[in-house]
Every structure is written in C-alpha cells, then in structure tokens.
Design a protein around this ligand. Structure first.
Ligand code: FAD
Length: 383
C-alpha cells in the first residue's frame, strides 16, 4: 500500500515524487516508458519568466529562484545556466509588440530590458544576426538539461525512499465511493491513498473513464539538435511571433525549434514515444533560426524530432484536486511546464498531502473549464 502513486516521470511527476519522498511519504512513481520519455525529453528546456502569462509569472519566478540551487539540493547536475533570454523583433511590425511586452512585464515587477536596435542586441549577444531590430532581454532567465534534471529528481526521490516502476503502464485509476483506492497497471494492482496524475498529453486516457477531463488541444513542435560546436550563444532566443526558438546547450549543441503547428496525429509508441516532424517544418526551423543566429547555419545536425504540446484553452495548466478524493491533476502545461517543474512538484505534493500549496493556484483550477469540475453525464461512479 502506497500513500501516493505518481503517474508519469516527466519533470512534473519526478519533482512531485521527490517532494513527497523527502517529506516522508511512501510514494511510487510509474512511467509507461521511463524518465523524460515525452514532453520533458522533447523540450527546448528554457527556464524563463519573460513572456509568461501574469497568472503564471509568480510560479515562474519562484521556480527560477529554486533552479539556482536545484543541482545542489538534488545532489546531481541539472546543467542549469542563468544566461538570459532574448526575444527578438525581426520586422518593423514586431517592434511595438516587443516594446509593449517589455513594458507589460516590467510593470509586473520582472527585471526585463527593452533593447531598441540591433547594436544594443549585439552588445548583449554578438551571435545575433543583422535582421533583429529590437528585443526584450531578461537576464535572470536561462536553460537547463532536461534529461539530467529529470534524472536528478528521480535519483534524489529514490534516495528518500521513493519506488520507481518504469516500463509499467497505468491502465486505470480505481475509485470506490468517490475516493481513489488504487492504480491498475499492466503489472497489477497498486493500492494507494492518493494519485497524482502527471501523464501529460496522455492524461485524459486515464481521466475519461472517471468522467473527468482536461480540455487539451494537442499540437506539435519540431526540434533540431546539432553536434557540439563552438559556444557562441548564451541566452535562449525567442521571437515576437513565436515561430522559432533556440539555445546552445552547455556542451555546444544547438537545440532549435519551430513554432506550434497542427499535429498530424501519429505517434510511435515502441520502443519509446516518437513523433516524426514534417520535412517542410525542418526547413523552416533551419532558415528562421539561422537568420536569428547565423552560426547555426554551419552546424551539422545530429538529430531531429517533434514533441507534442498540450494546449489548454487559456494556455495555463491544471494543478488541482479532482472531484474524486485523493486524485490530484497536474496537466496541460501548454508548452511551458519545464521551467515550472520544481514549483509544480511543491504544489502537487502539497495537494496530495491535503495541505495548502505555497503558491496561488486559483488560476489553475480544473473548475475554470466547463464540465471540468463535474463529472460527465452518464458516468457511473460505483461500477
Ligand atoms: C518541443 C517542446 C519545447 C518546449 N520548450 C519548453 C521550454 O523552453 N520551456 C518550458 O518551460 N517548457 C517547454 N516545453 C514544455 C515542457 O517541456 C512540458 O510542459 C513539460 O515537460 C511537461 O512535463 P510533464 O512531466 O507534465 O509531462 P511529460 O514530460 O509529458 O510526462 C508525462 C509522462 O507520463 C508518462 N505516461 C503517460 N501515460 C502514462 C500511463 N498510462 N502510465 C504510465 N506513464 C504514463 C509518459 O511516459 C511521460 O513520461 C516544451 C515542450 C516541447 C514538446
């Protein structure tokens, strides 16, 4: 019998399991494939406060504060670098957009600077090409290594007694008389007092039989990764219309992404989940990111993939207790849940323990979506 079963070993589940384990909770974390098998491995892994929805900004700021000492707390590297974030305007039309973003975010208390021309941008980051006309710059943003970070959370959770069950697929969340009783996996039944559901884009497969759901619009983002090349780029690069982004990893590999595009609907599930990008989009990533950072054009590409993005209607996550006692949901991070990971873990662990989270979660309630707070019609609660 576990106190809590965490479903999903992406950054949200891994951080939650660590928080629970170090609080002395008997916890198991299950993943159908293994750590960082989906979004938390596919990600760009920017750790950014800039460009955040005002409701999410307090969480992002709290997360960034924790990222600084996270590797030490976890006892393993995250390769976190606080090297800033530049968001570029590349057309005259985008300049006022970027300027307004700088003003709005500064008004929310974020330390963000407006860089009004190419010279000012290149003074911060000489690797930027001549097409950038203006930018926002947030020096306290950064990036980290997603696999290393998730592994660090998992290993730290294990040291505190968490049980890891990887290669095990959860088939159902069992309930009786309106409360969670167990998790049923392809390996058997795991009785438990609470469940934290962090199964990303697949989470609704487990919520639907309970008459619950988080409204998700699944999109995809294409990612290209180069071999290690000379390090020229410190900040993470974004653009005003979000049609590309990128960074250079600690070992010199560029990781560049497309914008969000419709998912073609296919995902391989063996041996690991894989979504294949469209050829045209790969070309778009090359041309757009190389225009922003010319050194990228020469970098030999080592690998490419696509990742699925779980967009909620308001692009804010759900972090809440479900209307079934003992069930906590952490889903719908809408393409920006990596940065939030450490704070997500604190929030979901507190909810699973019946405590008040240390961050405001009103904007992340399930009840904000019609039908999300109540069970769907026709669903039988007791069999
Ligand atoms: C291309 C791309 C770029 C991104 N860039 C950024 C960025 O720069 N900054 C940022 O903050 N965020 C970014 N994000 C978003 C961020 O990566 C995600 O929001 C975050 O990783 C979500 O983590 P998670 O743990 O909630 O979900 P996931 O990492 O998707 O984890 C869900 C886990 O659940 C497991 N699972 C699913 N179903 C079952 C089941 N039935 N049984 C057992 N296990 C199951 C899966 O195997 C998976 O490991 C990006 C995402 C993508 C795809």
């Amino acid at each position: 019998m576990y106190d809590v079963v965490v479903i999903g070993a992406g950054i949200s589940g891994a951080a939650t399991a660590w928080e629970l384990a170090r609080a002395g909770v008997k916890v198991a974390i299950l993943d159908r494939w293994g750590p960082a098998a989906m979004a938390s491995g596919w990600t760009l892994a920017g750790v950014r406060q800039s460009g955040r929805h005002p409701a999410e900004l307090p969480l992002a700021r709290a997360a960034v504060a924790q990222w600084e000492g996270l590797a030490e707390e976890l006892g393993a590297p995250t390769h976190y670098r606080r090297e800033g974030n530049l968001r570029l305007a590349r057309t005259p039309e985008e300049v006022p957009v970027i300027q307004a973003l700088a003003e709005a975010q500064a008004a929310l208390g974020l330390d963000i600077t407006y860089l009004p021309d190419n010279a000012a941008i290149r003074a911060v980051c000489p690797a930027i090409g001549p097409s950038a006309l203006a930018a926002t710059y947030c020096a306290s943003d950064g990036h980290a290594d997603p696999y290393a970070t998730v592994a660090a959370f998992i290993e730290a959770a294990k040291r505190h007694g968490a049980e890891t069950r990887f290669g095990e697929q959860v088939l159902a969340i069992e309930e009786s008389a309106g409360r969670v009783t167990a998790v049923r996996s392809d390996k058997g039944l795991l009785p438990c007092g609470a469940v934290v559901l962090c199964a990303g884009v697949l989470g609704n497969e487990l919520l639907a039989p309970l008459g619950l759901g988080v409204p998700l619009d699944i999109h995809m983002v294409t990612v290209l990764r180069s071999v290690p090349v000379e390090k020229v780029l410190a900040p993470v690069i974004g653009v005003a219309n979000a049609d590309c982004a990128g960074r250079q990893e600690a070992d010199g590999r560029f990781r560049a992404t497309s914008g969000v595009e419709p998912w073609h609907g296919a995902m391989e599930t063996s041996p690991r989940p894989a979504v294949h990008p469209r050829a045209e989009t790969i070309g778009g990533v090359v041309s757009r990111f190389a225009a922003a950072v010319p050194a990228f054009a020469d970098a030999p590409i080592e690998s490419f993939w696509a990742g699925l993005i779980d967009l909620t209607p308001d692009t804010l996550p759900v972090m809440d207790r479900a209307p079934i006692e003992g069930l906590v949901i952490g889903m719908g991070f809408s393409g920006h849940g990596f940065c939030l990971g450490p704070v997500t873990g604190r929030i979901l662990a507190a909810l699973a323990r019946g405590e008040a989270p240390d961050q405001p979660i009103e904007p992340f309630r399930l009840a904000r979506f019609n039908g999300g707070a109540v069970r769907g019609e026709g669903v039988t609660l007791h069999g």
